[in-house]
Unconditional design. Sequence first.
Lengths: 416, 139
Amino acid sequence: MITFVFRIFINKMLDINKIRTDFPILSQKVNGKPLVYFDNGATSQKPQVVIDAIATYYEEINANIHRGVHTLSQLATDAYEESRIKIQNHINAKFAHEVLFTSGTTFGINLVANGFASLLKPNDEVMVSALEHHSNIVPWQMLCEKTGAKLVVIPMDENGELILSEYERLLSDKIKIVAVNHISNALGTVNPIKYMITKAHEVGAAVLIDGAQAVPHLKPDVQELDCDFYVFSGHKMCGPTGVGILYGKEAWLNKLPPYLGGGEMIKEVTFEKTTYADLPHKFEAGTPNIASGIVLGTAVDYMNSVGFENIQQQEKELLIYATEKLLEIEGLKIFGTAATKTSVISFNIDGIHPYDIGTIIDKLGIAVRTGHHCAQPIMNYFNIPGTIRASFAFYNTKEEIDIFVEAVKKAKTMLS
Amino acid sequence: MTIKEIQEEIVDEFSMFDDWMQRYEYIIDLGKNLPLIKEEFKIDENLIKGCQSKVWLQGEQDEDKIVFTADSDAILTKGIIAILIRTFSNQKATAILEADMNFIDEIGLKEHLSPTRANGLVSMIKQIKMYALAFQAKN
């Protein structure tokens, strides 16, 4: 009986050492020290299955898709479309044609923002939040410039949480679209998007969720969330760079005009008029990043084989442990103390520039992000030039956090 | 001293250090001791916007030479500024324009002057050369 219980316990726990062997890069040395990779918010590392799948594609089935009648083209097309279905299932989209391949989150947001240009008129409003990445601010500002619509910003408080009472106050039938992130890249705040989506729909606004920082940690259910658009990148969830997903509800995708004109997105072309292809091809002009599109499916499979419950459990432990350890350092302040946050710690030490700490701990083999994290409005809110951001993935360990904390202490001593 | 002689002197100083930590500690010291830029020059007009650390640079003509003062909000950047000021300040425009930067590589700080580093230093060197070019054209 005891053995039985013990076995169940073991099964539930993640064998981190085994997981780490899936990622060849993690065993290398940087500046003569073992690599401690805490810049997962910028991009995740890639497991061997993903690396191998890229090579296999080029070695075995490379051909252009949706075009040729020859066998390789058919094989490549099948693999690409299978990947689309994998992702459809992963995010629980109703139809595969609601899942569009893009080059990444930024492209997806720009596609939607550009499409809304034909739907907005002066004095309409577009809403973003104070927590957004520049990618989810600038395309909407450009849209406002183009259409005369007004940009409205949901404010945040000092914990890095959106002020929901203000959100509700700002909502009106003037708002045509709300663009907000699922999880903040700079602070790790998990936003209450389900609630926000419901509220936006009550005033007739569409909602775009920037899920770039969410998909490495959780499995979004787009039907349950009822969002109109959900965008993310492959490279933050163990996939290759250069591929991302734009999920859009069928009705919305039919309503929006194409973004890029070219091959693949047409039904018929004459010099007088072109008719557009059906979804998803209407939005997938030109030869896509075929290999990365296919391999994103491999990455999704890999993440699911590790299991999102396991991922969350491990990351939560790392977050709690690192927060405790870092706060032992005198003068250290954490920015982003939301009640619900992911495994991201943004911090500064009194009187020391984040760039200096980042540079010194790099010499000790530690990779973190320093700077404004492409979220200058957040830095302006706190009146700081930037922060040091450590972002943990499920393949990170408490031992690595110990090395990191010691390195920060050493940097502090050197710089004080 | 000529720029070349100053650079050789700096390379000599750095050759005493055995490892990166000693080098960095020295740079931090240099940064702390960098003479302050006059507050009136620490204005947006003189700000070189790097992605991460800010750098202010001011150049003034002193007879046939150019005197540079500078500052940064990051101490390592400030230390490297101190090295650059020591090299380029009180030199003639022609000498500044002809100077090469290989000594930075020799003292193991090459990565700080890489265009991808986003610390404002690359733009600072460009700006120093721009000052030299402007003074040369004026005279």
